[in-house]
Ligand binder design. Structure first.
Ligand code: MV4
Length: 675
């Protein structure tokens, strides 16, 4: 009796969070995993998580994650009998699927002909039309002459949308407003399509002014069964990049869902689909809920980035389903066994700078903290603290998903999770996501593809001034660090923890108070701290606030501010102070105490390290004369260099460290005498 072949070892032809995601499920199913990695990913989390890992080439995706020959060699060398392509890279490449099969490994994805059927938008629309899937009024024929396209546009009525048949995901698309603009528009669209995709075939559609993007998750097996796992609303996008995805879609009605599910399943069956797929629809926002308000847009023949929201509302593991179906099993559940439970919302945390048009902002994750996971919060990430977001790949750091019984609850869970997410080292869209999730417009589900532009004013919170609690927490942390380093430096002194032992260049004023200076963007803030019972009294912006607290063993600060208890993290990154506390992540810059001293015209005599680090270079020797501002030593800390400069003209009396030495925060580096 023959035994069905069962996948025993899966090679994941991908990286980052989706590779980690697939490994987790495979491991849970008792299947071995093989990671592949580029030069840039040798130390990555997905490599660490997998049972085996294979180097496949250079950092550039073309040399590694898109390198079919290297991947096939890795499949052969490791004996992998299954290949999961993840999303992106080669996930929708029919030739790669065929090459995997030829190498003896099951491609965990649809059959190559199903991938090809959806590769051309015109071809896909003809197939969908034949399967009576609703399409926008339009033209997707072979006759590409100007006469034919002009006639078609006139019949559809302006404005029209012209799209490249070989395009997708918003690339190679332009709106044409009038018959007069058509000839030029067609010529431009053809040039772009030819240059972008090597194919200038165009299609024309009626233009939808205020669309929503709603997609249906479908799943088919090789035995003729097909189900849907409800819809996802991905209307909040910018530049065709999804920012928020949720399930179910707000405003969905049972009638519309039934019609959309029917259309999606017909679409899958029309192309002989097997596995996980997504059928995307454009929806007329004004007619949301009506059973005929949606139109087929594209079908994605892969697992999507946003699949977790479907998993959370349906309580299924879509990767497990993919593996089972690829193995020849029937779908684990029938349609009437798949129930919709609650509401899930996902946001994509990116290393990008919202203030600079969301440009990627690669860099080290010097500090990275994600909220704890459970029933209500899921985090899919592929990086750890200390890892680097490189410029070579998509700069996504994590997907953060909130779930609850209803949409309001899911928003609350997600907002809370975002408040507990901290990233220092690279600029991220975290504050933007927090503002978005906390906005009234999002609560009202005012969704369509123009959401971000329409609400830009509320979504870019960079201009907020720092709040008093955050400033008090930053000052408290500074005071505690100072007391600790003073204690360490004072060593034998009787009162080791007295802040008056501080020697790191702070100005101790005659009246016995400490001046702390910060910068918040352009604004300079001064906090005056007085010793008080059990802590300090802070004076700033016309207020007096009593603060106290301590760092807990986990490194977080338990702070008491005006009788109110907060738990916060205060992360030092050079002079930056990132307060991850009651008001999300806020950044202050500490005004360099040495520079501050110099500007005050005083020469302290001793120069100390502003933070723990390593001596990169020593620029002076004992006996040298130095002038104000001259660099004396360079300290590297957290991958940043800090110059220690002379606060005034003087003579070097002592140099306490040499190149390569480690220094503690507050350690005395050099001694100067004033000249
Ligand atoms: C459209 C459209 C309006 N009318 N087609 C963008 C992605 C691509 N797959 C299809 N897209 C659009 N097609 C017609 N006939 C508006 C968009 C569109 C869009 C669609 C979904 C999500 C975000 C979008 C942002 C801008 C434009």
């Amino acid at each position: 009796m023959g035994c069905a072949k069962v996948i025993e070892k899966i090679l994941i032809a991908n990286r980052g969070e989706i590779a980690c995601r697939v490994i987790r499920t495979a491991r849970g199913m008792g299947i071995k995993t093989v990671a592949v990695f580029s030069d840039a990913d040798a130390g990555s989390l997905h490599v660490e998580m997998a049972d085996e890992a294979k180097h496949i080439g250079g950092a550039r995706a073309q040399e590694s994650y898109l390198n079919v020959d290297a991947l096939i060699a890795a499949i052969r060398e490791t004996g992998a009998d299954g290949v999961h392509p993840g999303y992106g890279f080669l996930s929708e490449n029919a030739a790669f699927a065929e090459a995997c099969a030829a190498a003896g490994a099951i491609f965990i994805g649809p059959p190559p002909q199903a991938i090809r059927a959806m590769g051309s938008k015109s071809e896909a629309k003809r197939l969908m039309e034949a399967a009576s899937v609703p399409l926008l009024p339009g033209y997707h024929g072979d006759d590409q002459s100007d006469e034919c396209l002009t006639e078609a546009a006139a019949a559809i009525g302006f404005p029209v949308m012209v799209k490249a048949a070989a395009g997708g995901g918003g690339r190679g698309m332009r709106m044409i407003e009038s018959a007069e603009a058509l000839a030029e528009g067609l010529a431009g669209a053809r040039r772009e399509a030819k240059a972008g995709f090597g194919d200038d075939t165009l299609l024309i559609e009626k233009y939808l002014g205020k669309p929503r993007h709603i997609e249906m998750q479908v799943f088919a097996d090789a035995h003729g069964n097909a189900v849907h796992v409800f819809e996802r609303d991905c209307s909040i996008q910018r530049r065709h990049q999804k920012v928020v995805e949720e399930a179910p879609a707000p405003g969905m009605t049972p009638e519309m869902r039934a019609a959309m599910a029917d259309a999606a399943i017909k679409a899958a069956q029309a192309i002989g689909y097997v596995g996980a797929g997504t059928v995307e629809f454009l929806v007329e926002a004004e007619r949301m809920g009506a059973p005929d308000c949606f139109y087929f847009m594209e079908m994605n023949t892969r697992l999507q980035v946003e699949h977790p929201v479907s998993e959370m509302i349906a309580g299924v593991d879509l990767v497990e389903w993919q593996i089972r179906v690829a193995d020849g099993e029937s779908l684990p559940l029938a349609q009437d066994q798949i129930a919709l439970n609650g509401h899930a919302i996902e946001v994509r945390l990116y290393a990008e700078d919202p203030a600079r048009d969301f440009r990627p902002s690669p860099g080290p994750l010097s500090h990275y903290r994600t909220p704890s996971e459970g029933t209500h919060v899921r985090i899919d990430t592929g990086v750890r603290q200390g890892d680097e977001v490189t410029m070579h790949y998509d700069p996504m750091i994590a997907k953060i998903i909130g779930w609850d019984g209803d949409r309001r609850g899911a928003i609350n869970r997600l907002c809370h999770a975002l408040d507990e997410t901290h990233v220092v080292g690279t600029t991220t869209n975290l504050d933007f996501l927090s503002a978005l999730c906390g906005s009234a417009a999002f609560a009202d589900a005012d969704l369509d593809t123009g959401f971000i532009e329409r609400h830009a004013e509320t979504l870019f919170p960079d201009l907020r001034e720092i709040d008093d609690e955050t400033l008090a927490i930053a000052a408290l942390a500074e005071l505690i660090w100072n007391a600790e380093s003073a204690g360490a430096a004072a060593g034998r002194s009787g009162d080791a923890y007295s802040p008056w032992q501080a020697n790191d260049g702070w100005r101790l004023n005659d009246q016995g108070h400490i001046d702390l200076r910060f910068r918040d963007g352009e604004a300079e803030l001064t906090v005056i701290a007085h010793i008080a019972a059990g802590g300090y009294e802070l004076e700033f912006s016309g207020r007096r606030v009593t603060v106290g607290g301590h760092f807990r063993p986990d490194g977080r600060l338990a702070a008491q501010v005006a009788g109110h208890r907060f738990i916060a993290s205060v992360v030092r990154h050079g002079n930056e102070r990132h307060v991850l506390g009651p008001h999300g992540t806020r950044r202050l810059d500490r005004v360099d105490p040495l520079a501050a001293q110099a500007s005050a015209g005083a020469l302290g005599g001793r120069l100390t390290s502003p933070l723990p680090g390593r001596v990169v270079s020593v620029a002076v020797a004992v006996g040298d004369s130095v002038s104000a501002g001259q660099t004396l030593m360079v300290i590297e800390a957290m991958k940043m260099e800090h110059a220690i400069t002379a606060p005034g003209a003087g003579k070097v009396e002592a140099v306490h460290f040499a190149e390569g030495d480690q220094v503690d925060e507050g350690a005395e580096l050099l001694a100067l005498t004033a000249e």
